[in-house]
Write a protein of this length. Sequence first.
Lengths: 110, 116
Amino acid sequence: GQNIDQPTEMTATEGAIVQINCTYQTSGFNGLFWYQQHAGEAPTFLSYNVLDGLEEKGRFSSFLSRSKGYSYLLLKELQMKDSASYLCAVELGAGNKLTFGGGTRVLVKP
Amino acid sequence: GAVVSQHPSRVICKSGTSVKIECRSLDFQATTMFWYRQFPKQSLMLMATSNEGSKATYEQGVEKDKFLINHASLTLSTLTVTSAHPEDSSFYICSASGLAGRDTQYFGPGTRLTVL
């Protein structure tokens, strides 16, 4: 089977930094996605990594190490609106099919 | 960015009835659409992959006769939950990608189905 693991919940303070880790053991790998999902809403795309290294996009950065089966999403200068679930998803192969981790609920406190 | 819509956003139905959910890509042609189900406080579970003009590919454990998928055009896919039961109550989300086998998935806003 496919295993994608993320912490269930994290709490952080407004203005701080939070790092959400994702480890995966999958039968294939064609890239890794991070999505943000607010309660009752659809996921929105945050980042995509297919090569090792860090991708930075404003307050959000994502890192990938394919040899370690590991990724993280870094959220800087946290804002209250960043309180949401963050989903790690692996594209297993051609065809764009995604397998999602369980999601990490991040709570930002004042 | 690409916009995907779903209709209806919420539906309540009686047990035994069928419900159709539409998924549309509004500003791009979606060669592939995906249907997911999400139970409360859980992640998205892929139900099926739908390619325009061909039969859907269902994930293991998903009954194709219960969850009918039609992808008749490059902008529309429908999911019909037949003979719905309370355990089918869930959040159903579709996504669409524009290039066959290579593109970011864009998600619809989801449909909350409640079966009484």
